[in-house]
Design a protein around this ligand. Structure first.
Ligand SMILES: [Zn+2]
Length: 156
């Protein structure tokens, strides 16, 4: 096991392990002031933990975007966002990668196919709702929650 603390014992108040345990709380702003300051001091003096922190920030941002995307019911908006992001990336890399231009129709096709696929999936989910069919008498005595949870597993 590598000990980072022994390398710079004087500047580092909090050790790496303790610092990393506090990182999610630090990111979420839920640490008590004193602990937050200790984490900050450690991050300034320790590149390894700073990298960990950056990684955490990045993954938190990705998760946030995923959540926003799930809440957006308009698939076309997501398709356009994807194409816009691609356009932007293309502009940034144009000087390096000019043949990339030929790929654009393929990419739009891909996004549309993905949107259609997702649409079909949602359509199928509605189609197979048990309530749409006549319910047999013995089924009526079953727990509704049980039916829902088993039908969810069947779709997999
Ligand atoms: Zn550290």
């Amino acid at each position: 096991m590598i000990s980072f603390v022994s390398n710079h014992k004087n500047e580092v108040i909090m050790d790496c392990e303790k610092c990393r345990q506090q990182l999610p709380g630090y990111l979420g702003g839920s640490l008590p002031g004193e602990t937050g300051i200790e984490v900050e001091k450690h991050l300034v003096s320790c590149h390894e933990c700073m990298d960990q922190y950056r990684l955490l920030v990045l993954s938190a941002r990705v998760m946030e975007e995923e959540r926003n995307a799930e809440m957006n019911p308009f698939l076309s908006t997501r398709v356009m966002a994807g194409i816009n992001a691609w356009e932007q990336m293309k502009e940034e890399t144009q000087s390096v990668l000019s043949p990339v231009r030929k790929l654009k129709p393929l990419l739009i096709g891909f996004f549309i196919a993905a949107a259609i696929f997702a649409g079909n999936l949602i359509g199928n989910l509605y189609k197979f709702q048990p309530a749409a069919r006549p319910v047999p008498v013995e089924m009526a005595y079953m727990d509704d929650a049980l039916i829902e949870s088993t039908s969810l597993f069947d779709n997999d």
